[in-house]
Design a protein around this ligand. Structure first.
Ligand code: ZN
Length: 311
């Protein structure tokens, strides 16, 4: 029976696990630090082991005494497992979302025009981004989609970090945006944008890092994983939004490879950009300015990330 397990099995593996670990740490590290580490090791061990055991123990004793054996366990298991409800497939995963540009960039042209090194060459720290003909800015769009995306990813258990959240007056610079993903050791990074192409040019595309090995830039380790991430985002974005891939970049694939973007060149973790549509085209703009459509966009991007992270 299942309640035999918690009462009977755990003490032995717990003791044997804790024993060598404690001895090894104590032998390696002298003084107070050793004490702290041993405490950490024991605390971690008992924390990992005791949580479920206590739950199971309490559950089995509570359910076990009034009701006989397996029926009691089954009855107990169903409400306990359905109570948390939402599955958290992204637990332990770190996703960095990079909302392109910054609503304040328009007022800080001197700061954002400063050149930064992107490995291959120098480039402006950041740009203002584009806007629809009616004045809805790309920076507003990217923050909105990013926040929607964050909500969905957090609901699935991911740890989500932003490069900016409208909480600073400009930037950050493209090299710092890359650095934020790198320092977070992100499992996936997506940079959210919308394009500023000519009227009649429509649809979305995902930008993948091309091979760059120059100066501080070396994309070779992230080429394959970024492509995988990008293909999954493109497919799910198309399905979820019902939007066709770009008719002006990528020859209908919805994918483009670039070696001139600092945010990709300097990344050491899987990263892509998505241009969700063309703000300068009236039909695309109608979509980009719709909250309902942006929710679908966030959902499609999220589905791609989840698919990538689950493998
Ligand atoms: Zn942009």
């Amino acid at each position: 029976m299942s309640y035999v397990g918690p009462d009977f099995e755990p003490p032995q593996p717990r003791r044997s696990r804790r024993g060598p670990l404690t001895v090894a740490v104590a032998a390696l590290v002298p003084g107070a630090l050793a004490g702290w580490l041993v405490w950490q090791a024991v605390a971690d061990d008992s924390g990992d082991g005791a949580g479920p055991q206590q739950t199971q123990g309490a559950a089995s004793s509570a359910a076990g005494s009034p009701t006989p054996s397996s029926t009691g366990d089954d009855k107990d298991a169903s409400p306990t497992s359905s109570a948390p409800a939402a599955p958290t497939p992204l637990k332990g995963k770190v996703v960095v979302i990079d909302p392109g540009h910054n609503p304040g960039n328009f007022q800080h042209t001197a700061e954002i025009n400063r050149k930064v090194n992107i490995g291959t060459n120098s480039k402006e720290c950041d740009t203002t981004g584009t806007a629809t003909n009616a004045g809805y800015t790309e920076a507003q769009f990217t923050l909105d989609v990013s926040r929607r995306l964050r909500t969905i990813l957090q609901q699935q258990g991911a740890t989500v970090k932003f490069t900016q959240n409208g909480d600073r007056s400009w930037g950050p610079c493209i090299d710092e945006r890359a650095e934020i993903g790198n320092k977070a050791n992100a499992d996936a990074v997506v940079s959210i944008h919308a394009d500023g192409a000519g009227a009649g040019q429509r649809g979305f595309h995902v930008i993948l890092p091309g091979t760059v090995h120059d100066g501080a830039a070396d994309t070779r380790p992230i080429i394959a994983t970024s492509r995988d991430l990008g293909e999954r985002i493109a497919g799910n974005f198309a399905r979820e939004t019902g939007t066709a891939p770009s008719n002006y970049i990528g020859e209908g694939t919805g994918l483009d490879v670039r070696t001139d973007l600092g945010g990709l060149n300097l990344s050491t973790v899987p990263k892509v950009f998505i241009e969700c549509g063309n703000m300068r085209d009236s039909q695309d703009a109608a979509r980009l300015t719709s909250g309902a459509w942006r929710q679908k966009a966030a959902s499609g991007i999220s589905d791609g990330i989840v698919s990538f992270l689950r493998g």
